[in-house]
Design a protein around this ligand. Structure first.
Ligand SMILES: [Zn+2]
Length: 491
């Protein structure tokens, strides 16, 4: 069934009434709060009404939440003729939560044994279907993506940029930079916020405790100069006793649609209590001074990245070189934060541009993913001529610009050199300012890789995964993308 004419008129009117501009920064530090709902249960019809009721709670207060919607959920809303639910959701922010969520194979399952490029293309193929449904039903692109359950993959990031989705919003421990927002693969991430993630249970005492906790977090974030709080729920959990996917798809189970079971419901009194508890929590936050609710669509403008809009000066390049000598990781400078990969590209551009005694005044870099694979072979040691290093730096910049991705190796005088070794060698050249003679290769490690979790059973604890699921090669791939990691700074 197609969305009816009046639905489109109503959607158009709702977009006109929705605030889309970035919120003006108020005076002094602000605590931004983002409410998001993983809107995923396409089996239980009562979950549709729960989503509508929550969406209307925000509209009634003239604020918005972000609804991360599963493609199949958008499709069944249309099939069930729930234009009222679609419209209520459209008055909030529309975001994306995969095509099928828990139907196997989930993203981590199908990306587990794929390399970077194959994984990006498989994620694009499978998850592009639900995204197209979402765009058709709601008439907008998704403002953010977050994985189903714990089904995170590094390859999803390669697809998100092509999907035009600038934000990854979820809560998981696969990548974490000090429990605050960060950049990974050129995408802004709110993925692990530690104390700044809040949820309340349904009992009145729990609401009171969580409101008190919010006040404490608010005070500490004001002390940091402002920050963001992430609050998430699922519409279905307001009405069910057990999650729809735990009932049907746990431990790798994958029954056909004809055998899907409805999850058990809460009693009407329990449902009312759940909505009332949430409403009290919402009101506590909405009425709090120095708080601003923001949607996923507004968040990227709060975290500008000045690396691509402002070139690096020779002084900046020297600061990167100094920092790399201590560790190969992101570098915090007064006006911008530079990832290890951006730092390597800035050093390479700079060294490539040295001509006799003249050095570049400034260099610009473009975004690039981390390498697609780790070299399996022996790599070079010893020393090379300055000219061979300069040529290799020039080649590294050219290869990266054409592939939009760092290569796995640098080639110096025909010999393969580990990227980490090349990075620290360039740093030592820039620090010593010796652009002549022989250069000894230095040995380095990518320190930023520590922000990406090691593969472990705890990482894959989601009930939907087959028992014993792990993904060691995929997490190795994720660590290669640590070249792109850096904290995101609130404007
Ligand atoms: Zn979910």
């Amino acid at each position: 069934m197609k969305a009816s004419y009046w639905l489109w008129v109503a959607l158009l009117l709702s977009w006109l009434s929705v605030p889309t501009a970035c919120p003006a920064a108020p005076e002094g530090p602000t605590v931004y709060v983002t409410f998001w709902f993983d809107t995923e249960d396409f089996i239980l019809p009562q979950a549709d009404d729960a989503a509508k009721r929550l969406a209307e709670m925000f509209t009634a207060r003239n604020v918005q939440a972000t609804f991360k919607i599963v493609g199949e959920k958008a499709r069944v809303l249309e099939e069930r003729g729930r234009d009222d639910v679609i419209l209520a959701l459209a008055r909030n922010d529309i975001a994306y939560h995969s095509t099928w969520h828990s139907v196997h194979p989930t993203p981590s399952e199908y990306c587990r044994d794929l390399g970077w490029h194959e994984g990006v293309s498989e994620f694009t193929r499978r998850e592009g279907v639900g995204l197209d449904t979402l765009r058709r039903v709601f008439g907008v692109n998704a403002s953010c993506y977050g994985q189903p359950g714990g089904s995170w993959t590094p390859q999803s990031y390669g697809a998100l940029r092509a999907f035009g989705i600038p934000l990854y919003l979820d809560e998981t421990s696969h990548v974490n930079v000090k429990n605050r927002p960060f950049w990974y693969c050129g995408t802004l991430n709110i993925l692990r916020l530690g104390d700044c993630v809040l949820r309340t249970g349904w009992a009145d005492e729990e609401v009171k405790e969580t409101c008190d906790k919010f006040d404490r977090v608010h005070t500490s974030l004001i002390g940091e100069g402002g920050g963001i709080v992430s609050i998430y729920y699922h519409p279905c959990e307001f009405v069910h006793e057990q999650f729809w996917d735990g009932v049907n798809f746990a431990h790798g189970a994958n029954p056909p649609r004809s055998q899907w079971k409805l999850p058990p419901l809460k009693s009407p009194e329990e449902q009312e209590q759940a909505f009332r508890a949430f409403e009290a929590f919402l009101d506590h936050i909405v009425r709090h001074p120095n708080v601003r609710l923001v949607t996923a669509r507004e968040i990227p403008s709060l975290y500008p990245d000045r690396v691509y809009s402002h070139p690096f000066t020779a002084k900046d390049v020297r600061a990167i070189a100094d920092a790399f000598q201590k560790q190969i990781s992101y570098v915090e400078m007064p006006t911008k934060i530079v990832s290890a990969g951006e730092g390597l590209l800035a050093l390479s551009q700079f060294v490539a541009g040295v001509d006799g005694r003249s050095k570049p005044q400034e260099v610009a870099v473009e975004f690039a993913y981390g390498p697609a694979s780790r070299p399996q072979r022996f790599t070079a040691e010893g020393s090379f001529s300055w000219e061979a290093i300069r040529q290799a730096a020039k080649e590294l910049v050219e290869v990266t610009q054409s592939a939009k991705q760092l290569p796995s190796l640098a080639w110096v005088a025909g010999e393969p050199v580990r990227l980490e070794d090349f990075a620290i060698t360039l740093a030592s050249i820039v620090v010593s300012e010796k652009y002549t003679g022989e250069v000894s290769l230095q040995h380095g490690e990518l320190d930023a890789a520590k922000y990406v979790a090691d593969d472990s059973p705890g990482l894959w604890g989601w009930v939907v995964f087959p028992d014993g699921f792990n993904a060691p090669a995929m997490m190795e791939l994720a660590k290669l993308q640590a070249w792109t990691i850096k904290p995101a700074k609130l404007r």
